[in-house]
Design a protein around this ligand. Structure first.
Ligand SMILES: Cc1cc2nc3c(=O)[nH]c(=O)nc-3n(C[C@H](O)[C@H](O)[C@H](O)COP(=O)(O)OP(=O)(O)OC[C@H]3O[C@@H](n4cnc5c(N)ncnc54)[C@H](O)[C@@H]3O)c2cc1C
Length: 229
């Protein structure tokens, strides 16, 4: 299922143990000649939901991600290991308020947290700050907008870095320190837990900006996807 022009959702039926929001799986592909390649993909589904949803962004020069866009077909089988990850996780008993900050496909594990919150902990104040290049590249866009409208306590701050904002409250520049300050002031909450996910560069700059804005490093958990964007 196409989420954006560059991202597909892949629904995987597995016999893996249940996951916690924020965890990922390792996917291993094996070519007919025995060559293997393995990559990690976050789980977008809320815990307990099957089949699990992965959302995979196509990197044109990539080895594994193009497979899911060009080759994989419904009913295919491949190796999946997991769920993996004991740090970048959130469950109801962890409490809130929670601040989720995602860049590009880094929104995927945050989506699992937002979906989990909706069914298990709707009282927990949550802000999802989501940066993408364009409006059409916002993964889960329609679901997020609908959730914000229907779920009291869930706020969404969208920023597009390569085109003007589409909605009055949204933003349209890179997520830097002053923009984060503005977004946090508008939210009027102090986060107990912060989750930041995206490319190495995105996570590095956002976490350092948040610390400079007074958020204790111990409250911040980060997941780095690689790359430099
Ligand atoms: C814990 C974890 C969870 C992840 N979850 C997701 C997910 O939910 N969805 C998703 O799409 N990806 C996710 N990734 C990234 C994923 O594992 C792969 O790295 C990505 O799909 C690229 O693999 P590839 O084989 O297509 O490209 P590769 O052949 O590995 O790399 C091709 C080129 O792209 C560069 N590159 C690699 N990764 C990135 C990146 N993230 N951004 C920009 N450039 C990059 C490489 O340096 C190289 O130049 C996750 C990574 C980690 C560590």
């Amino acid at each position: 299922m196409c989420q954006t022009p560059r991202v597909v959702s892949v629904f995987v039926r597995t016999s893996l143990p249940p996951h916690v929001a924020g965890q990922h799986v390792d996917v291993r592909l094996t070519a007919p000649d025995g060559y293997q390649a393995q990559r990690s993909y976050s789980i977008a589904s809320a815990p307990g939901v099957v089949p699990i949803e992965l959302a995979i962004e196509r990197l044109d020069d990539g080895e594994v991600s193009p497979y899911f866009h060009e080759v994989a077909r419904s009913g295919d089988t491949f190796e999946v290991r997991g769920p993996i990850g004991g740090h970048f996780i959130w469950a109801r008993e962890d409490g809130g308020p929670i601040l989720l900050v995602g860049g590009g496909s880094g929104v995927v594990p945050l989506m699992a947290m937002a979906r989990h919150r909706a069914v298990a902990a709707a009282e927990i104040e949550t802000l999802l700050v989501y940066s993408a290049r364009t409006w059409d590249e916002l993964i889960f866009r329609d679901e997020l907008i609908e959730r914000e409208a229907c779920e009291p306590g869930l706020a969404l701050a969208v920023t597009t870095t390569r085109e003007p904002r589409r909605r009055p409250g949204d933003l349209d520049r890179r997520l830097d320190r002053s923009l984060l300050r503005k977004i946090l002031a508008r939210w009027e909450r102090v986060p107990r837990h912060v989750y930041v996910c995206g490319s190495n560069a995105f996570v590095g700059s956002v976490t350092s900006d948040l610390v400079q804005e007074g958020i204790a490093p111990a409250r911040i958990r980060a997941e780095r996807y690689g790359g430099t964007l």
